[in-house]
Write a protein that binds this ligand. Structure first.
Ligand code: HEM
Length: 212
């Protein structure tokens, strides 16, 4: 009983931290003003900022509502609510992935661009597998694919949460030699944090799947 309570408490902390990290990233975009965008908006493009906004808001909705789908009691008591939220979630994933590919085309870094393309492809593939197995009533398989899919959704949080660790490793490794300051360090760190977030999340997902 005590262990179950501890496990629940740990999950609650993880939910709050992941949603908090995502909210921190999304917050400036609630102003709907490109002047507050952390992503450099391509001059002369009328579509870049609106598409970035659509991407950010629908992906954020997926991240927030995704957690609800893993509440066992809700799924058992209200399967129709689970189905409804599942459809909204997968709709957000589809729109988030497609807009993610498009805004990724504006990214100057080739390494980040390939990371976004990989994320989108995996997001769509695992989502489709999850939907397909549910519609064929293969619910164990459905759960496995949705754990993987949600692990990819959470890369948005993990990539930001591990950024301080990446910065620390970069600086301790004596790489900040050119005196370029924060911009220089972040320029390097932001090339790897998404890849690292993806590896960490997929490993955790596979561990959760095997453990169960
Ligand atoms: C998993 C698939 C995802 C892909 C492929 C993707 C792709 C992208 C791309 C290409 C950008 C523009 C980055 C740039 O130009 O440097 C971006 C920015 C952003 N995305 Fe996503 N994204 C994904 C998931 C999410 C999720 C789940 C959230 C939820 C919060 C999210 C929130 C954001 C935010 C807040 C930004 C602006 C970044 C900043 O201000 O530094 N993304 N994303």
């Amino acid at each position: 009983m005590g262990q179950r309570r501890n496990t629940r408490r740990s999950w609650n902390v993880i939910v709050v931290v992941t949603i908090g990290a995502a909210l921190f990233a999304v917050a400036p975009y609630f102003l709907l003003d490109p002047a507050y965008s952390r992503v450099i908006i391509k001059t002369g493009s009328r579509m870049h900022f609106p598409l970035l906004l659509v991407h950010i808001f629908v992906s954020f909705i997926a991240l927030v509502i995704g957690w609800i789908q893993f509440i066992d009691s809700l799924r058992a008591r209200n399967p129709e609510v689970h189905r409804l939220i599942g459809r909204i979630y997968l709709g957000c994933v589809a729109i988030g992935a497609v807009t993610g590919v498009i805004v990724g085309m504006y990214t100057t870094s080739y390494i980040r661009q390939i990371a976004f393309l990989t994320l989108s492809a995996l997001w769509l593939f695992t989502g489709w597998k999850g939907l397909h197995s549910a519609s064929h009533r293969r619910f164990d398989e459905h759960r496995v694919w949705m754990v993987r899919n949600y692990a990819i959704t959470l890369v948005a949080s993990t990539a930001r949460l591990i950024t301080p660790i990446c910065i620390l490793i970069f600086v301790l490794g004596g790489r900040n030699t050119e005196g370029g300051g924060v911009e220089f360090v972040l320029g390097h760190v932001l090339e790897v944090n998404i890849w690292l977030g993806l590896v960490v999340n997929l490993l955790i997902a596979e561990w959760l799947i095997v453990r169960r």
